[in-house]
Design a protein around this ligand. Structure first.
Ligand code: MN
Ligand code: MN
Length: 467
């Protein structure tokens, strides 16, 4: 795997052993993706695996007044939707952290808070979509219902319907092409409108008793009551998401790609988390892994990266290391390096004018570095410093990591953002780097296995070598 620089396509450099490692890694990734389709499921999964690798709950460390030493591993969960992990390094904490931050929320369709209604003999759930989706992608396909209902007592009811072997599907309907004369000439944004995303969940009346109104709705409510011991009112304090059904699978006759829901940004969440587990020796610098919620709606809220969550976590970490002062915290953050690990768009020969060959990432050429994101003249983005990019090139070349540059499509065609600029508030060096996708934000996104593997290697290299 030498002379990385002249091998543009990562597939060309792999030995038999490399290919075996790549397939094993991608198999674990597909399993993760298939079983974890909400941020809560992802956070639960990561905590479970982290515990097996001797990570301690930072909340317990704080409560017991314990001290953290070199090599200690901790995690901190916020509402089970954002997870922060750290491994305490050899160096003094003021020297800063090596941070990789991704997000575990994904575009989907959420239930409204009073969702259940009956219309014309059908029971439906009213919804409001989450994140930037092309709504016509989400109709006429099998869907799952996942999330939590919190009862007044605080009891948490977990809902997970659709991916179990004997589970029913649910879904959104679409108009048949025989009758789409008016729909066919609508603008794409209006082909399916937000208020038309009503989830069909039932069609059978509870009984023939003419005194009962809304018999189909009553039947659905009684099923929910039997299965989950919940009332309709309990949905007021629920967080339920409609997500695509079915597992992630290999894609392509050559099996070189993976198709599945939620790869933005669980592909970077999984690879960066696995990179942290790969740190068998105590790292030189303290390493932090951020798995954030709410990125798809602007990183707002207490579990989003706009909050003080990360700063508070860093303060607790430094305090548990026995060094806390406001100045130490500020210095540690200012001296940190961060990879904002998020997906970018892959070149698509079906849309060459929106994805210019010169500046877009290609499948198979490795992890994609985006110096900037934003839109209309880089507006709202973290434009990374070239000094930092040069350091990254150096460590990646030394570790034979395939990387490429990737801009999010054609100038002035649209744009996007990541969590990069929230961390750059602290004066640290931040750059966007992740896996290129086709079909981003569609129910089934596609990534190259080689790019996934190179992202993982890049993240390991960053944790170990960046200084
Ligand atoms: Mn993303
Ligand atoms: Mn996104």
């Amino acid at each position: 795997m030498k002379e990385n620089k002249i091998i543009k396509n990562a597939w060309n450099k792999y030995t038999e052993g490399d290919l075996l490692n790549l397939e094993n890694f991608c198999n674990s990734y597909k399993e993760f993706l298939s079983n974890n389709k909400t941020e809560r499921e992802c956070v639960h999964y990561f905590i479970e695996v982290a515990k097996k690798h001797n990570f301690k709950d930072l909340k317990e460390v704080i409560k017991n007044g314990e001290k953290l030493n070199k090599g200690d591993k901790v995690y901190y969960s916020k509402m089970d939707k954002t997870l922060l992990l750290a491994i305490i390094g050899e160096e003094y904490v003021q020297n800063g952290f090596n941070i990789i931050g991704s997000h575990v929320d994904a575009p989907r369709v959420d239930l409204k808070q009073t969702p259940v209604y009956e219309a014309d003999g059908l029971c439906l759930f009213d919804t409001h979509y989450y994140g930037g989706i092309k709504k016509y992608h989400w109709v006429a396909r099998p869907m799952c219902l996942k999330g939590v209902v919190i009862k007044k007592s605080g009891e948490v009811i977990n809902i997970n319907i659709g991916d179990g072997e004997n589970d029913p599907y649910i879904g959104f309907s679409d108009l048949l092409p025989h009758l789409w004369k008016d729909q066919a000439v609508k603008k794409a944004m209006e082909v399916v409108e937000g208020e038309q995303l009503n989830l069909l969940v039932g069609s059978r009346p509870v009984s023939s008793d003419s005194k009962i109104k809304n018999k189909v709705k009553e039947n659905i409510l009684s099923i929910l009551k039997d299965k989950y011991n919940m009332e309709e009112d309990d949905l007021i304090s629920s967080e339920l998401q409609v997500v695509p059904a079915g597992p992630a699978k290999d894609y392509g006759l050559d099996r070189s790609m993976i198709i599945g829901y939620g790869q933005d940004d669980r592909v970077c969440a999984f690879t960066s988390f696995m990179a942290m587990l790969e740190l068998k020796d105590i790292p030189k610098r303290t390493c932090v892994c951020i798995l954030a919620d709410k990125e798809e709606i602007g990183s707002v809220g207490a579990t989003g990266m706009e909050s003080r969550l990360f700063e508070n976590f860093s303060a607790e970490l430094i305090n548990a290391c026995g060094d806390y002062s406001d100045l130490v915290l500020k210095r540690a953050l200012q001296n940190s390096y961060m990879l904002s690990a998020d997906v970018t768009c892959a070149f698509d020969p079906n849309f060459p004018s929106e994805t210019p060959r010169q500046s877009t990432a290609f499948f198979g050429r490795g992890v994609a570095i985006s110096k900037y994101t934003g839109s209309r003249g880089k507006s709202g983005c973290n434009d990374a410093n070239p000094e930092f990019l040069a350091k990254l090139r150096n460590i990646f070349d030394n570790d034979c990591v395939n990387y490429q540059t990737g801009e999010l499509g054609k100038v002035d065609q649209g744009g996007g953002g990541t969590i990069a600029y929230f961390l750059s508030h602290y004066g640290m060096e931040v750059v966007d780097i992740g896996v290129a996708l086709q079909n981003m934000h569609a129910p089934c996104e596609v990534a190259s296995k080689a790019d996934i593997f190179e992202a993982y290697k890049a993240y390991v290299s960053f944790y170990k070598n960046m200084k």
